[in-house]
Write a protein of this length. Structure first.
Length: 400
């Protein structure tokens, strides 16, 4: 146990801890009370005075959202765009690149389905090729293999920092170094890592980074952000623009914004954005270095205890493993395990081949149970969880 970690405080500020054992933080974390208060307070303000007027009242707080996110990832406020999800952020960034026939996209086996579908769509539309960087012996992106694959036709390197189906942490900074050596744009899907571990865009060296609010940041659903490095913006034109991202300067002319907000649309859920800002401020107040250490410790304990249950196997790879813990139960589909645990008020999710096909096929897996923990989870919950999994596994064994 991390000495003096204020678990009692973390749980007291998380109302959901009273009613559920929540191991689905990679899906959507339980919001802390300050985030809930921020969202509901603004909704009440909108109801009393009107949406536009309430947004005007919240002007300084909205500005602070950009500032807090920039502080979290070591970027600049002008390099942050607020959007509805990590997928929205990722797609707006990806589709802003001027791909041409023969261009190459390099990605990883851990690629998420939504990202890979976009790669395939671009291959159909523009004639680009999509190539997968081999893994190293620990199951993460091989930087040596990446360097050997790079040539003048590589337009983009796009990898997932931490996949949806395991605790693996890809070597994002080493990939960034390889990209910078050849002047190649680098897009990092950080939807599972931002909020879970320290993420520094300067150290990583990415040009673009997408992140979700609802996951380890503990913000509301329907929130996310895109980091777009200032010196990369001149190479990027969003596929869709409105009067937020560009100015209508003459009858037949428009001019894009000079900052990352060219990726935004004018209409937005102001309450949710303020909630995202509150979540980021809350994460900063807790110190992500401290909470990351606790997450890793809890996840290691969970993997160890799960591995001791007959009929249960864990499946996480990588030199560094995070708070996503995946496992299978003999003779049981992941969705069946998920439903059995849900009946006991325990939240997990099932990860299938349809979300990470390349990785799952390579490992001969069709589905996994995903238990994702956060710093507000307790050691007692890990024991309760493993006892529940043991009972589910024992019941399955009896049936067979």
């Amino acid at each position: 146990m991390i000495s003096h970690f204020p678990l009692t405080c973390a749980r007291a500020e998380t109302p959901g801890c009273e009613s559920v054992l929540h191991f689905n933080n990679a899906g959507a974390s339980l919001m802390p009370q300050p985030v809930l208060d921020t969202v509901t307070t603004h909704w009440q303000l909108e109801a009393r005075m009107g949406g536009y007027e309430a947004a005007e009242e919240a002007g300084d707080a909205l500005t602070a959202v950009y500032e807090n996110i920039a502080a979290l990832i070591n970027g600049r406020p002008a390099e942050i765009a607020l959007v509805e999800s990590a997928t929205t952020a990722w797609n707006r960034a990806f589709h802003s690149l001027p791909f041409r026939p023969g261009d190459r996209i390099l990605t990883a086996k851990a690629a998420y389905a939504s990202n890979y579908i976009a790669f395939l769509q671009m291959a159909r539309r523009r004639g680009v090729t999509v190539e997968v960087i081999p893994d190293d012996e620990q199951g993460q992106v091989s930087v040596d293999a990446l360097r050997q694959m790079v040539d003048e036709r590589v337009k983009l390197i796009a990898i997932t920092h931490m996949p949806t189906n395991g605790g693996l942490l890809n070597p994002a900074a080493a990939v960034g170094q390889a990209a910078r050596e050849r002047g190649i744009l680098y897009l990092l899907d950080a939807c599972q890592s931002v909020g879970q571990l320290p993420v520094d865009v300067q150290a990583i060296g990415c040009d673009l980074l997408s992140a979700a609010g609802r996951k380890f940041l503990r913000g509301p659903r329907g929130t996310g952000f895109l980091f777009a490095r200032q010196d990369a913006l001149e190479r990027l034109e969003p596929p869709l623009l409105d009067l937020r991202g560009a100015a209508w300067t003459a009858r037949d002319e428009f001019e894009m914004r000079a900052d990352a907000r060219r990726f935004e649309f004018w209409e937005s859920n102001v309450a949710a954005r303020l909630g995202l800002g509150a979540a980021v401020a809350y994460a900063l107040a807790w110190n992500v270095e401290t909470t990351w250490a606790r997450i890793r410790q809890l996840a290691a304990a969970l993997r160890e205890q799960l591995a001791q249950i007959p009929g249960v196997a864990t499946h996480d790879k990588g030199e560094i493993k995070g708070g996503i813990v995946t496992f299978t139960v003999d003779e049981m589909a992941a969705t069946t395990v998920q439903q059995a645990l849900r009946q006991q008020n325990i939240n997990v999710t099932a990860s299938s081949i349809f979300s990470t096909r390349l990785d799952m096929e390579a490992r001969g897996l069709s589905d996994l149970v995903r238990a994702s923990i956060h710093y507000y989870n307790s050691e007692a919950e890990i024991e309760q969880f493993c006892e529940a999994v043991k009972n589910v596994s024992t019941g399955a064994a009896r049936l067979h």
